[in-house]
Design a binder for this molecule. Structure first.
Ligand code: SF4
Length: 201
């Protein structure tokens, strides 16, 4: 068993936070262990919790459509969430739940070592940006170490509020340049989360 598979086995058995008591299945994530691009959403929803797979509902189908616009399939990317278990009634994940689950996300990033991490929504955005609105920084890539972070709206937001749809579609079209390294990205510390906040998520 690879280190990533071992990590996912631990997630499936995890009881570190209260979400373990209400989940049907933990949802570690899905995709190749050597994916060049990783998508990080917020938390599993109803269908994800039932099927133990990330992004399988309507937002997942929209994500697949978005991937198709840049000639990618979900089998080519790694998809996961900030917390691996569904919050009851799809409420927001709580700070202590995010903190409890953070080591799993860090482990996945370390094992997969993607070139680009696309954060979907305001929770995973805080991996790279802190104290700013997602409306202000979406579509603005930022390099931290060897990884380029690209914040985007969550696909579910685009489903519920059509004005976000064209924004996320436009942001997606920037991904190929990021993967090829064509786009020159300077580290922008203006919106950077200080290290202590990054460690706490
Ligand atoms: S959300 Fe994360 S920390 Fe909480 S029980 Fe699930 S896997 Fe464990």
């Amino acid at each position: 068993m690879s280190e990533l598979e071992t990590l996912h086995a631990r997630i499936r058995q995890c009881t570190l936070c209260r979400l373990s008591r209400t989940r049907t299945h933990a949802v570690p994530g899905a995709g190749p262990a050597n994916a060049r691009i990783m998508f990080i959403g917020e938390a599993p929803g109803f269908h994800e919790d039932q099927q133990a797979l990330p992004f399988v509902g309507a937002a997942g189908r929209f994500l697949e459509d978005l991937l198709a616009t840049i000639n990618l399939t979900r089998e080519q990317v790694f998809i996961t969430n900030v917390v691996k278990c569904r919050p009851p009634d799809n409420r927001d994940p709580q700070p202590d739940e995010i903190t409890a689950c953070r080591a799993y996300l860090d482990g996945q990033i370390a094992q997969i070592a993607p070139r680009v991490i696309v954060t979907l929504g305001r929770f995973s955005m805080q991996l790279a940006y802190s104290g700013v609105s997602i409306s202000r920084v979406h579509g603005q890539p930022k390099r931290i170490g060897d990884v380029v972070y690209m914040p985007m709206f969550h696909p579910a937001a685009a489903l519920h509020q059509p004005r976000y749809r064209s924004l996320i579609e436009q942001d997606f079209l920037k991904i190929p340049e990021l993967l090829s390294g064509i786009q020159d990205i300077t580290a922008d510390d203006q919106h950077a989360a200080p290290p202590e906040q990054l460690s706490l998520f």
